[in-house]
Design a protein around this ligand. Structure first.
Ligand code: PLP
Length: 383
């Protein structure tokens, strides 16, 4: 597809006019990284999420790797295979060996029974993922981690603004790590946020984002990275954060309209929040069940792309089949069946903060037309 009429995602950022004055001040100050704006963002997020400490870093991926390193872990870490690559690569960068477990087929978050089955004698930690912003089964994860003495680091990259049983993500486990990259509800253009109630851990991550250099600058005491946060990104992130409730409300309304338009299509499923959690509607995810729809997810994606509607497989391939991870030492739970099904069936269609009803209706009717067209052709003979 050349330039799609509707890309999967359009980042919404403040206008240059809104940012101009703040940018001018930052540039004039001469302090462009890890300065007062970064500190203010960290304090603001800590208050918003009700967590003791926040450390802004260059990305969620570096934040995950630094946090795992800062916990001084050695051995295996249980990770759902249905995840974005960063969960696996950050663990390997931190010197850990992944043990991949399955996901639930409804919320697509870690299947805690499968996580339990993946625990071995060398397992030291677990990294649940907020799948498309959906909080995992935190109570069950906490109980399992306590019982088996495991550290818990959440990959909450997509979960800024998500809620579990009324409580904002950010204060669970040993730490959570969020992303501020462009495809998030709150973007700083790029960036990540490590949140934790553990002051010593926060202090260590803070040091490790800056080469691992001691506060008095007389030695380098931790295996750090160059993963600081820029003051210009802090300005953008803070402005976007101020709009989070408005953004969530707009997206929830769009998803309601899409749902009303699509939910009766046979063989099509939608990603839905259970009553005890809020995912934030970062993406509009659809599932195609070929047995009922008479076509595959990839058939529908092709048909939509031909009509100028961009789509994207989410998440694909699962971690245990990604080349970089598959060729390194790892283990897998006895079954990854729900993961394989999810990776073959789910995809995202366009969803933005600012979207008109007419645009939603047009995309929805193209989805219906794509599935209907294939339904007239026996499975296996479609385009
Ligand atoms: C679940 C998950 N983890 C990690 C990341 C990586 O985030 P970043 O690009 O900030 O490193 C992403 C990016 O979308 C993600 O979806």
């Amino acid at each position: 597809m050349t330039t799609p009429r509707y890309p999967v995602y359009r980042a919404s950022v403040p206008s240059f006019e809104e940012l101009g004055e703040d940018f001018r001040e930052v540039l004039a100050s001469g302090q462009l990284s890890n300065g007062p704006r970064t500190r203010a963002l960290e304090e603001h997020v800590a208050a918003l999420l009700g967590v003791g400490h926040v450390v802004a870093v260059s990305s969620c991926t570096t934040g995950l790797a630094l946090t795992l390193r800062a916990l001084d872990l050695e051995g295996e870490i249980v990770i759902p295979s249905y995840a974005f690559s960063s969960a696996g690569t950050a663990a390997v960068w931190a010197g850990l060996t992944p043990a991949f477990c399955d996901c639930r087929s409804d919320t697509l978050t870690i299947d805690v029974a499968s996580a339990r089955s993946a625990i071995g004698p060398r397992t030291v930690a677990i990294m649940p993922v907020a799948t498309y912003g959906m909080p995992p089964d935190i109570d069950a994860i906490t109980a399992l981690a306590r019982e088996r003495g495991l550290k818990v680091v959440y990959d909450s990259a997509m979960g800024l603004g998500s809620r579990y049983r009324g409580r904002a993500l950010g204060g669970f486990g040993d730490a959570e790590v969020f992303s501020l990259s462009t495809r998030k509800l709150v973007t700083g253009v790029e960036g990540g946020l490590v949140t934790t109630g553990d002051e010593a851990l926060a202090q260590r991550v803070r040091r490790m984002r800056d080469y691992g250099r001691r506060e008095d600058r007389l030695d380098f005491v931790d295996l750090g990275l160059s993963a600081r946060f820029s003051e210009l990104h802090a300005v953008i992130a803070k402005r976007n954060l101020a709009r989070i409730d408005e953004v969530k409300a707009a997206r929830a309304a769009h998803v309601r309209r899409f749902t009303a338009a699509l939910e009766d299509i046979p063989g099509l499923g939608m990603f839905r929040d259970p009553p005890d959690r809020e995912s934030g509607n970062l993406l509009l995810l659809l599932r195609i069940d070929p047995e009922e729809a008479g076509c595959t997810r990839d058939d529908v994606m092709r048909a939509l792309e031909a009509r100028g509607i961009e789509t994207s497989r989410y998440w694909y391939p699962p971690l245990h089949r990604q080349a970089a991870l598959a060729r390194r030492p790892h283990r897998c739970a006895p079954s990854l069946e729900a993961t394989e099904r999810a990776a073959d069936r789910w995809f995202a269609v366009p969803l933005y903060d600012r979207m008109s009803d007419a645009e939603i209706d047009e995309i929805a009717s193209e989805v219906r037309a794509a599935v209907d067209a294939y339904r007239r052709v026996p499975l296996g003979k479609g385009g």
